[in-house]
Each structure stands twice: as C-alpha cells, then as structure tokens.
Design a protein around this ligand. Structure first.
Ligand code: KIV
Length: 279
C-alpha cells in the first residue's frame, strides 16, 4: 500500500505538551471554505457556540442546539485535515449530569469525527470533566467569562478585576486541570490573574481577552477579519472584510443594474456540431 500523503492531524497530547512552549494558535471556525483556509495556519479550530450569534444573529449563545453544532462541525471537518477540531457542547446539553454530558459528547464525536469537546464552567463542572476524560473524551475547559452563564452574570462582564474574585477563579482553573482537561480557555479575565493562572496550572491556557502570557490565543474568526461592527476591546482586526464586502456588493449591484454582468466570459456558448458528435 502506498504511504499516505494526507497531513497528520495534531493530537491532544501534542497540544498538552505545548505548555510553556510554542504558543498555540486557535481560531473559531464554522464553515467549510474558511476551514480549508485556516487548516494550514492554526493548531486548533474551535467550532464555538458563538456561531449562534455570529452566523445566526442570536442575542446570546443560549439558543444554540446540539444539532446546530453538529451541522457546522461537519462542514468544518470536511475541510480540516491537519488542525485539531474541538466542538462546543451548547447550553443545556451537559450541565444536568456527567452521564448526560457523556451521551451528548459521544454524539458530537461520532457524528462529526471531531477530536475534542469544550464545555463551560470550573469547579462545578470538574466531576463531569473527570467522567468524560476517563471515558475517552478529550475536554477543553472554559473559565472566566462564560457566555452561557450570561443571565446569571447579568451581562458579559470581565472577571477578576477585583482581587477578591481571584481565589474562586484560581480554584476553577486548578479544578479543571485536576479533572483532566487537556487545555483551558480563559475568557474576559483581568490580565494579571490570567498570567498568574498560566504559571500555576500544568495544562495550556488559551486566552481570549486574557493575557499575552497565556500558552495560546483564540479569537472569533469573524471578529479578527473585521466583520463585526462592534468588536470587543480584546479583538485585533487583521482585515477589514466588512467594508470590503460592502464595496464588492455595491459594485455587483451596479453592474447588474447597468447590464454589465454577466460578461462574455461568464456565459456559455453553444457547442459546435463537431463537439456534439464527439460527445
Ligand atoms: O464559542 C466560542 O467561540 C468560544 C470562544 C470565544 C472561546 O467559546
């Protein structure tokens, strides 16, 4: 049998071994074209439940279902050959009990072929993380600002800006690490706290609005591409696709209205008699 030329997919132990070493590059990804473009450049593609807000215009992530996550994860998996793909377990699919979480995580892995799942919560989710990881499901944890708890927090509020909040957040980080998570996303967290936790725990920390000291960084792809008209402060825009798309659409509309599109190069001529005979 000829040796496979397919790129080898990055593994969970490889990500785990990057603690304190080469920074881990993570972007969210929800569809096939972008998965193809990202694959060469990122270590992890996160099919985040932020897709509810970004792709579907929801106000929060609370309305995202497991079926919706699986639909988008399959689109990503069809093009992601090298990056490790992690899929968010959406609100209501894992909090009830470890066994419910297990059943839903298995569904996500079996129906998409992804490598890992992500779930929100620290100490309160440690038992579930332990249950899943002991049964073959790699888990990325998510602490700090956890958007699925937006109603409890009363909004998307940065965590740990007063030192009195630190012990609970540090305990969350330690708990998910002890429970077996292979990495932890730290979102919307005061910088010195994120830096301290990164030094304290043995698993990679992936920051978003956290600290440059984290072991990796994640952004929502559409934010860093300039598609979000109101990006959070922690976003750096590497492109301005919003205005570019508008310019392109304006030009298309003008061409259609002026009958400048389609051009000769965009239409099909009749086949010659010889070509028809040839088949
Ligand atoms: O859902 C998501 O996109 C996320 C990232 C922001 C980390 O959880």
């Amino acid at each position: 049998m000829a040796p496979s030329t397919a790129p080898k997919r990055i593994t969970v132990p490889e990500i785990r071994a990057r603690k304190g070493r080469e920074p881990i590059v993570v972007l969210t990804c929800y569809h096939a074209h972008t998965a193809r473009l990202l694959d060469e450049h990122v270590d992890i593609m996160l099919v985040g439940d932020s897709l509810g807000m970004v792709m579907h215009g929801m106000e929060t992530t609370l309305g995202v279902t497991l079926d919706l996550m699986i639909l988008h994860a399959n689109a990503v998996m069809r093009q992601a050959k090298k990056a490790l793909v992690t899929v968010d377990l959406p609100f209501g699919t894992y909090e009830e009990s470890p066994s419910v979480a297990f059943r839903n995580a298995v569904r996500v892995m079996q129906e998409t072929g992804c490598t890992a799942v992500k779930l929100e919560g620290g100490t309160r989710m440690a038992e579930t993380i332990h249950y899943l990881t002991q049964r073959g499901i790699p888990v990325m944890a998510h602490i700090g600002l956890t958007p699925q708890a937006v109603q409890v927090m009363g909004g998307f509020r940065t965590q740990g800006r007063s030192e009195s909040e630190w012990p609970a957040i540090e305990a969350d980080a330690q708990a998910v690490s002890d429970a077996g998570a292979f990495a932890v996303v730290m979102e919307g967290m005061a910088e010195p706290l994120a830096s301290k936790i990164t030094r304290q725990i043995p698993i990679p920390t992936i920051g978003i609005g956290a600290s440059p000291d984290c072991d990796g960084q994640v952004l929502v792809m559409e934010d860093m591409l300039g598609l979000n008209p109101n990006p959070p402060r922690f976003v750096r825009e590497y492109a301005h696709l919003g205005p570019e798309i508008e310019t392109a659409v304006r030009a298309f509309a003008a061409d259609v209205r002026a009958r400048n599109f389609p051009g000769k190069e965009n239409v099909y001529a009749m086949r010659t008699a010889a070509a028809v005979k040839k088949g």
